[in-house]
Every structure is written in C-alpha cells, then in structure tokens.
Write a protein that binds this ligand. Structure first.
Ligand code: 3PG
Length: 210
C-alpha cells in the first residue's frame, strides 16, 4: 500500500471550471492568464505538453500573481520539481503511479492525481487523497460513471476532465462527488492563435457561472 501524506489544501472548491491550457507560443501565456482572470476564472492548469510550458509558467507566476497557477499533464516524476521551481502552485497528473505520487508529494505542492477506475480511486484513498482528477472523463464513463461510484465511495471527490464543455459540464457539476470540472474549451486553439483574448474572457465568464 502506498503511504503518502498529500497536501490537504482543497483544489476543488475554488471555481466551477478549471481551464486546461496548452501554450504553444510563450508570448500567449500572459494574455491567456489575464483573459481568464478578467472572465472570473482566476485558476489555470497549464499543461506540460509543449516545449515552452515551463517558461510559460515562469512568466505567469511573475506577471499574473493573482491567478492560482497549476501545472498539468505531470507524467514523469521529474516534472513535479521542475513545475514547482518554475512557480506552479499546484500540480495535476492524468494518472497516479506510486512514483508520480511520491514526486508530487515531495514537491510540497497540493496536487490532483488522476484516476479512471474504482481500484485506482480506492488506492488513492488508501494513500490519503480525497480529491482526484477523473480522466479521461467522457471516455471513461462520463457523469454516469461518477454517479455510480458516489454511493459506494462517498469519500472521493473529483474534478473530471476530458471531453467536457458547456454542453455536458452541468451533468457533472450536479453530482455530489464533483467539486469542479476542467477543460480546454475556454482556450480554443484557433482563438488563441488569433489573439482574440476578449473571446477567452467571454468563455471564462460563461463558465464561471456554471
Ligand atoms: C486534460 O488534460 O485534462 C484534458 O486534456 C482536457 O481535456 P479536453 O481537452 O477534452 O477538455
């Protein structure tokens, strides 16, 4: 059994929607963060999926301190420390291997480990986690799946991500075991590429009231 001592600061009670952001051009990082804040979503999960992601985190940490800045897509243990050093304030991983959990715990940052099965949920609970990312939410069973696990495993609460948008977010947010959802629909790649930051603020404002 994994014995961890995860940080207990809640990550699920801040906003109804955590924007999941992929930054391809580092010059987009600050305008995206400012646009999300302006729309009422002062939280960002910036994914470590591009070569500029850590630099983007550094810039946002320095220039947009009012945003609660997370690093997502932590898939290798070394990324936890790198993200913390860059200025991330929380970490998110799509899965939860023992090594990843150790690295995220060692970073000293609050973190959301990813789960998709009942056994993974139970393993995470045994390790002391009660807040989890449910990924990939739609492909792994969607809101019906989380509804089914809420009765036997009420202690686990989730931020589902993967295939969620305004059309289905409410199905998740209505569940007692969902604190918030995450998604990339707030920062569509074409909107980001065109520098339409006002549109991102509009999308964030709509999501903030879900
Ligand atoms: C994530 O990392 O949480 C997902 O890639 C977000 O999924 P989405 O792009 O379908 O919103």
């Amino acid at each position: 059994m994994i014995q961890e001592k995860p940080m207990t600061q809640s990550l699920l009670n801040r906003v109804p929607v955590i924007p999941v952001v992929v930054v391809d051009d580092v010059d987009h990082a600050i305008p995206i963060a400012r646009a999300l804040v302006a729309g009422g979503l002062p939280v960002i999960e910036l994914t470590l999926r591009t070569p500029v992601a850590l630099t983007a985190i550094e810039r946002i940490a320095s220039e947009v301190p009012e945003i609660f800045l997370g690093a997502g897509t932590i898939v290798e243990p070394s990324q936890a420390k790198q993200a913390a050093s860059a200025g991330a304030q929380f970490l998110v991983s799509p899965g939860s291997t023992p090594t990843l959990l150790r690295a995220m715990t060692d970073s000293g940052l609050p973190h959301l480990p990813g789960v998709a099965t009942v056994s993974e949920i139970l393993t995470a609970l045994e390790a002391g986690y009660t807040e989890l990312k449910f990924f990939p939410a739609e492909a792994a069973g969607g809101a019906n799946y989380l509804k089914s696990v809420s009765s036997p495993i009420p202690a686990a609460r989730f931020c589902p991500t993967g295939g969620i948008s305004t059309t289905n977010a409410h199905q998740y947010l209505a569940l007692p075991n969902v604190g918030c959802v995450g998604g990339s629909w707030l920062t569509p790649s074409d909107v980001v590429a065109s520098g339409n930051w006002a549109r991102i603020t509009e999308l964030a404002a709509a999501a903030a009231t879900l």
